[in-house]
Design a protein around this ligand. Structure first.
Ligand code: DQA
Length: 146
C-alpha cells in the first residue's frame, strides 16, 4: 500500500498565505519532510495539491483499499459533502490534518463535514501535524500488513 498526502485549495500558497495561521513553511518543504519520513520507513508516499474539487474526488476514487490517505481538505473541510461521500465510497483509512487549530478560529471553521468519515483529526500543530500523521500511517500500515 501507498501513503498518499492530498492537499486542497489554496494550500499551494503556503509560506506566503496568512503565516500567522499557517506558518512559514512552503508546501514543497512540507512534502519534502513527508517523503523523508516515508523513505526512512521504506514506505512509498506521494504528495499532491489541487484547487479543483472534482480533481480531489477523482484522486480519492482512484485509491486502492491497501492505501492510506492523509488529507488537508482546506476550506472544503467545512463545505464538501461530495468529498465526504468519496471517502465513504472507497473505505480507505483517512487522517484529516489542519495546520491551524480550526476550533479556535471563525465559527464556520469549527465544523468539519469530513471528520466523521476519518479515523481522526490533527489540528493546530502546524506543519508537524503532517509528520505526526505520517508516523501514524506508517504504524497503521505495518500492523495491517499493508
Ligand atoms: C486549513 C483550515 C481551513 O479552515 C482553511 O480553509 C484552509 C487551511 C488548515 O490547514 O488550517 O485552507 O485546512
Amino acid at each position: 500500500g501507498m501513503i498518499w498526502v492530498f492537499n486542497g485549495p489554496n494550500l499551494n500558497l503556503l509560506g506566503l498565505r496568512e503565516p500567522e495561521h499557517y506558518g512559514s513553511h512552503t508546501l514543497a518543504e512540507i512534502h519534502q519532510e513527508i517523503l523523508k519520513i516515508a523513505n526512512e520507513a521504506k514506505i512509498n508516499a506521494e504528495c499532491k495539491q489541487t484547487n479543483h474539487e472534482g480533481v480531489l474526488i477523482d484522486w480519492i476514487q482512484g485509491l486502492s483499499s491497501e492505501d492510506f490517505l492523509i488529507l488537508n481538505p482546506g476550506a472544503w473541510t467545512h463545505t464538501s459533502y461530495a468529498i465526504r461521500d468519496a471517502i465513504s465510497a472507497v473505505k480507505v483509512p483517512v487522517v484529516e490534518v489542519h495546520l491551524s487549530n480550526i476550533h479556535a478560529r471563525e465559527a464556520f471553521r469549527a465544523n468539519s463535514v469530513i471528520a466523521p468519515v476519518c479515523i481522526g483529526q490533527i489540528s493546530g500543530l502546524g506543519a508537524e501535524g503532517y509528520s505526526l500523521a505520517m508516523h501514524y500511517a506508517i504504524s497503521y500500515q505495518k500492523t495491517q500488513g499493508k
